[in-house]
Design a protein around this ligand. Structure first.
Ligand code: FAD
Length: 230
């Protein structure tokens, strides 16, 4: 149970003011400042939300304020999650961007949502009613003012792959395979959680047929890699 009054104050503050945003690494918020930052109030969560990485119940717990760089350099974090974190091409972004911010955004080119979903990770979240653990697909449906405190990743084989036209471009497809199945981020159509059917559409990142082909070949490759890990 979370009884830290500073954390609860943050959640209440956010719920009472719809123009407020939790500020973590600031990479997404700051880059969109000119678009929608006008009138926004930022609630700095850096001093309240954990950033540590530790082993727990046969898996690993990662504080929501852990940066991509700290995840990549931690030997406690499963290889697939470290690999997915290294897909963020800029070292400046990797040093600032947090796992909590990445999951909260639920972007259609998310680096971490597919791998966390495929591995059956859970998010520890806090609302005005208290704290609870939920799966990543569950969190995606209820996000709102929830403050993510940490993630628990159970152990298990997994692998991830990304497809993009050049190293610094947004990904067309980001696919992961783990104990819960296949998950993906598909540019233009959104996130695909384990057990869901992938939907593709044509846009400037590629045709529907191109994305279907990538999804099929990358999924087959990942299945083979994970099978060979055993
Ligand atoms: C040039 C550029 C390219 C990018 N490319 C990609 C990309 O290809 N794929 C991708 O996935 N991302 C990309 N990003 C987006 C972003 O940098 C990352 O997703 C990053 O992980 C966001 O984390 P942050 O800590 O900087 O979040 P912030 O910018 O601080 O916050 C982002 C959002 O998350 C919310 N939030 C943050 N922490 C929490 C928390 N603990 N609980 C609840 N809500 C929270 C905030 O309220 C805010 O709405 C890119 C950003 C830039 C600037």
């Amino acid at each position: 149970m979370v009884d830290d009054s500073s954390l609860l104050d943050l959640v209440r503050d956010k719920s009472s003011d719809q123009k407020s945003e939790y500020l973590a690494g600031g990479t997404a918020l700051m880059s969109s400042l000119f678009e929608y930052g006008n009138g926004k109030r930022f609630l700095d969560i850096a001093n309240y939300v954990p950033s540590g990485i530790s082993t727990k119940d046969g898996g690993v717990e990662i504080g929501a304020m852990a940066t991509f760089s700290s995840i990549i350099s931690s030997s406690l974090v499963p290889d697939a999650v470290r690999k997915a974190s290294s897909f963020m091409a800029s070292s400046t972004l990797r040093n600032m961007a947090t796992i909590g911010g990445n999951v909260a955004l639920m972007r259609d080119d998310s680096f971490l949502v597919p791998v966390l979903s495929a591995m059956g990770a859970k998010a520890h979240v806090l609302s005005e009613n208290g704290d609870e653990w939920m799966s990543i697909p569950e969190y995606s449906k209820v996000r709102g003012d929830l403050l993510i405190l940490s993630f628990f990743i159970p152990s298990g084989n997994a692998d991830v792959a990304i497809s993009r036209r050049s190293s610094h471009m947004h990904s067309v497809l980001n696919v992961a395979f783990g104990k819960d199945g296949i998950a993906a981020a598909v540019k233009g159509t959104g996130l695909v959680f384990p057990g869901e059917k992938a939907v593709f559409s044509s846009d400037m990142s590629g045709s529907k047929e191109y994305k279907e082909y990538l999804f099929k070949t990358l999924s087959e490759e990942l299945l083979e890699n994970v099978k060979n890990e055993n």
